[in-house]
Design a protein around this ligand. Structure first.
Ligand code: GLC
Length: 453
């Protein structure tokens, strides 16, 4: 077999990771099919989980606590909802879970969280009674706004004894066990739903929420009549649906690097779209491609540098750093390579690495944009209305050019109408959203205002 050159390898990769216009459109159609199947309760890759809440009116008011837990960073907030169109006030603190708390045992995990709430109240000298809205950024099966059973962990979490349990009850029990008095968890929501609610509180065009961070997911507003699977009592005409779109898996532009990543992951066969798009996996995809190119002798003189030899050892924040350097000689990438102990760090290697990163992140942005395009067109195929999508997450906010590439893809798909779809950056909306949902819950619970009495 003739030896391939580096350029030939990059051309091969560009083809392998390409998402053509035709592929985008096929993906959107397949996504619609999966949405409909999920709403009907038929097997498929989109769970379409009812959130038992509709958009806020903007008149929700009062003071609430919120807990935002979706990564090892946990935030506790006190939110003042003015209910008059002005911006909510908030104070918040951030706490850190360690690996053991995330991986070992649910009791340990929830006890740690209860103690964070306790510390927040004490350090902020807050007393009194509070209702708390809980953002729990994993797939939950809800029976009401106040109950959510964990379906499965994602994003590498494994704490035992939580799958199948109601996380509201687990947190209320932990608060009691840790003697944190005066706080009652009254609602639970996904981070996408929280993000949507936070924007929708002030912006009437908002009808979808999206996270592009460690994990990825989308929620949107649907007519209750379209939810054909049984959901139990719910009195409103519209409901937010948490799609768990990270698990989407139909007509995706997958290749053998995706298969390899999947086989080596904690959850093989699951979260296919998330594994192409989100921060937990982008670095790993690049690492697998780099290892392959090294094996073919076209990168780093055929010797795999240590930084690329450990699973998940090459984090997505490194990809951002690499893409920040757009100099012709990739000078900054070269000095980074040197910093990672790679010698000689020649310009050809640096440029090729940057190109690999661009290829992998470029596909991610196009796939992410296509899933949002599918979301807004499910009930508005010709984009007659305006759609503001609240988007949060490190990849969206921090990855150089990611948002711009998503917008470019939306323009390619929608032409003149692309202006009807707005990607609205939302920072830390999920905590604020949880407080709004707690307020909705208080308004809807009979005797809700006495719930703490
Ligand atoms: C994962 C979770 C999902 C969450 C997303 C973003 O995909 O399963 O619930 O919304 O990460 O945090």
């Amino acid at each position: 077999m003739a030896k391939t050159t580096r350029d030939e390898e990059l051309t091969r990769l560009r083809r392998l990771f390409a998402v053509t216009d035709g592929r985008l459109r096929t993906l959107i159609e397949a996504f619609h099919g999966e949405m409909r199947r999920g709403l009907a309760g038929e097997p498929g890759s989109l769970q379409m989980l009812p959130a038992f809440v509709d958009l806020p009116t903007g008149r929700e008011r009062g003071t609430f606590l919120a807990l935002d837990m979706g990564g090892t960073n946990v935030r506790v907030l006190r939110v003042d909802l003015p209910g008059d169109g002005s911006f909510p006030g908030r104070i918040e603190d951030q706490f850190q879970l360690n690996r053991e708390q995330v991986a070992a045992d649910g009791k340990v995990l929830f006890a740690a969280i209860a103690r964070f709430i306790d510390r927040f109240l004490r350090e902020r000298a807050l007393s009194g009674r509070y209702r708390l809205g809980f953002t729990f950024s994993f797939p939950i099966r809800q029976r009401s706004i106040a109950r959510g059973d964990l379906i499965a962990w994602t994003k590498g979490w494994t704490a035992e004894g939580v799958v199948g349990r109601d996380v509201v009850e687990l947190l209320n029990q932990a608060l009691a066990a840790e003697k944190v008095s005066g706080v009652r968890v009254v609602s639970v929501n996904n981070d996408t739903t929280g993000t949507l609610m936070a924007l929708a509180y002030l912006d009437p065009d908002c009808d979808a929420g999206c996270i592009l961070g460690t994990g990825t997911n989308i929620c949107y507003r649907e007519r209750t009549a379209e939810i054909r699977k049984p959901i139990g009592p719910y009195g409103r005409d519209f409901m937010i649906i948490n799609m768990e779109s990270g698990n989407y898996n139909a007509a995706l532009p997958r290749n053998h690097y995706d298969d390899l990543l999947d086989r080596q992951s904690e959850n093989p066969g699951l979260q296919a779209e998330e594994k192409m798009v989100s921060g937990k996996y982008l670095g790993e995809l690049v690492r697998l491609v780099v290892a392959d190119l090294c094996g073919r002798g076209v990168l780093f003189g055929g010797r795999l540098p240590e930084i690329f030899s450990v699973r998940e050892g090459f984090g997505s924040e490194r990809l951002s750093e690499i893409e920040e350097d757009d100099s012709p000689g990739a000078d900054d990438v070269r000095s980074r390579l040197r910093g990672w102990g790679i010698r000689p760090a020649d310009a050809g290697d640096a440029r090729a690495l940057r190109e690999v990163v661009r290829i992998v992140s470029g596909r991610a942005a196009r796939v992410a944009a296509a899933t949002l395009a599918a979301t807004v067109t499910i009930n508005d195929s010709s984009l007659d209305g305006k759609h503001a999508i609240a988007v949060d997450g490190s990849i969206f906010h921090k990855y150089p050019g990611f948002k711009a590439r998503m917008e470019e893809t939306l323009r390619e798909l929608f032409g003149d109408r692309a202006g009807r779809v707005r990607l609205a950056p939302m920072q830390d909306g999920s905590g604020l959203g949880a407080a709004i949902i707690a307020a909705v819950s208080a308004d809807e619970t009979p005797g809700g205002s006495e719930i703490l009495g």
